[in-house]
Design a protein around this ligand. Structure first.
Ligand SMILES: Nc1ncnc2c1ncn2[C@@H]1O[C@H](COP(=O)(O)OP(=O)(O)OP(=O)(O)O)[C@@H](O)[C@H]1O
Ligand SMILES: [Mg+2]
Length: 270
């Protein structure tokens, strides 16, 4: 059964989708099988892994999976990512599109928050990790992910608003009554990943210095991820970092390989 992880932050543009993509690539490079779920109506992850919704081949998307919520129905929405081998046979995707917005209005329906969990039952048994890319919100869509996940990870820029957004995710997850309402008492935060670090910014250094006290020293993952054009290049060209081809991209991929190894070790120890 897959270990399910919701990648989130209440702050937009903090690197959630990049982290999800980079984790998937690095886990696949470690030989792991990954299911990606795009739970953002922006569908940035779907595009960046070459699995954008294609009306000429209309595989069901996250919206239909959640709407149906029949046990295991998510299996019908799984397709391989659009990257070459070895990624294609190791990374699967459930894509989203803008109509995922329509699920948000169901937030008040009794039990609606459990719909992704129900739909996933058995669908990711053959995967090692299921990574869920959340929108910049703590609302219904992110709550669907949290209800279905074992763990959550926050990613943020070392700036006031980014750290604040990660802190709101932490507080949400760590509140007993929230986990109870999500039907997921064992959900926990496993880490805080610092992204887009700029070495020439004193403000970043100040924020980073305060992180151990805010999140707990063992919860702030190192290495920190620097800001590199390689990340944007990978996003624009819809390829994993290693296929961008530059030394900077390979260096960036090596940092994610370290984070992926930590995830694999945590999974093994759990
Ligand atoms: N370390 C990095 N260096 C350079 N660019 C980065 C880095 N991480 C992310 N980016 C770029 O920053 C932009 C925002 O990142 P991303 O889309 O991953 O954030 P997000 O948190 O998923 O945003 P949203 O809240 O809209 O879903 C993207 O163009 C991405 O390619
Ligand atoms: Mg995103």
């Amino acid at each position: 059964m897959a270990r399910r992880i919701a990648v989130g932050n209440h702050k937009g543009g903090s690197g959630k989708t990049s982290a999800t993509r980079n984790f998937a690539a690095a886990l696949a490079e470690h030989g792991k099988r990954v299911l990606l779920i795009d739970l953002d109506p922006q569908a940035n992850l779907s595009r960046r892994v070459g699995a954008k919704f294609d009306p000429s081949k209309p595989t069901p998307t996250t919206a239909e999976v959640i709407k149906s919520a029949i046990e295991g129905v998510a299996a019908q929405a799984i397709k391989p990512c659009g990257w070459p081998e070895p990624y294609a046979s190791r990374i699967d995707v459930i894509s989203s599109r803008f109509d995922l917005e329509n699920r948000i209005s169901e937030a008040g329906v009794v039990g609606a928050v459990l719909r992704l969990e129900q739909a996933l039952a058995g669908a990711d048994d053959e995967h090692d990790f299921t990574l869920i890319d959340c929108p910049p919100s703590l609302g219904h869509l992110t709550q669907l992910a949290l209800a279905a996940s074992d763990w959550s990870l926050a990613i943020f820029e070392p700036e006031f608003d980014g750290v604040d957004g990660a802190l709101r995710l932490k507080e949400f997850v760590e509140k007993d009554s929230n986990r109870k309402a999500l039907g997921n008492p064992d959900l926990r935060m496993i880490g805080y990943i610092v992204n887009r670090v700029r070495t020439n910014m004193g403000a970043h250094d100040d924020q980073i210095a305060a992180l151990p006290e805010t999140f707990g020293a063992d919860q702030v993952w190192t290495p920190y991820i620097p800001e590199r054009a390689a990340d944007k290049d990978a996003s624009d060209s819809e390829v994993p970092l290693r296929l961008v081809g530059t030394t900077a991209a390979k260096d960036q991929a090596a940092l994610w390989a370290t984070h992926a190894k930590r995830l694999i070790d945590l999974d093994g120890a759990a």
